[in-house]
Design a protein around this ligand. Sequence first.
Ligand code: SAM
Length: 248
Amino acid sequence: PGTLHVIATPIGNLGDLSPRALDTLRAVSAICAEDTRHTRQMLAHYGLERPLVALHEHNEEQLAEKLVARLQAGESLGLVSDAGTPLVSDPGFRLVRAARAAGIAVSPVPGACAFVAALSVAGLPSDRLVFEGFLPAKGNARRERLAPLATETRTLAFYESAHRIEETLADMATIFGGQRRAVIARELTKLFETVLDGTLEALQARVAADPNQRKGEFVVLVAGAGEDEDARIVEGRRLYAKLGEHLP
Ligand code: SAM
């Protein structure tokens, strides 16, 4: 049987496609792509023209079977998404699951991923992380998703679009507290790359005041709960020890 190669593509800067990704895109007999027009354009930048198969949310389940049959017959296939790493807030999970279930080798060609890139420059605790992807678009559903995360101690990672960044920051400030630290990574690897850090309150005000800060694609990272609580516990212990000095 062939191999399913899961290939990361750039999240903006076309210089970020790896040499091995290029070799693999050249070698496979077809490339499954989320938006074939978009991928055709991207490939053209590298001087490549390859057979493409549209694989998106709506046809993935039914197409997976046919693609697995092609893999079993000996073809090797590539899987890409519009940007970054497939399956990360992008299609591909059903195809990968079906291929693995059929005993097909699934091999990654790793590369860009927006939340990892954001984490690498944020200066927030990065040893433990919760990736939450996109929040629900509707206000109530979004707040319901955020509420149980208020006590999460690990760093939180979200994807957000230009339409909702302002509302999302407002909800986060309300639910997590305005003093919680956060980082907004916008347009990473692109011309208007901006990484802002500060309290949620300050970031919300900054984004509300400047329309340019509401343009493009965003990763929002929020520090976990507890940094302030830790400080209060340390202070409590210090006071307790001091008090002890004065007690019989
Ligand atoms: N598969 C992609 C990855 O590996 O990061 C994510 C795909 S998801 C449909 C697209 C979202 O990722 C955007 O709405 C934004 O939140 C985030 N994103 C993608 N590219 C970005 C960039 N250059 N800068 C900041 N965020 C980005």
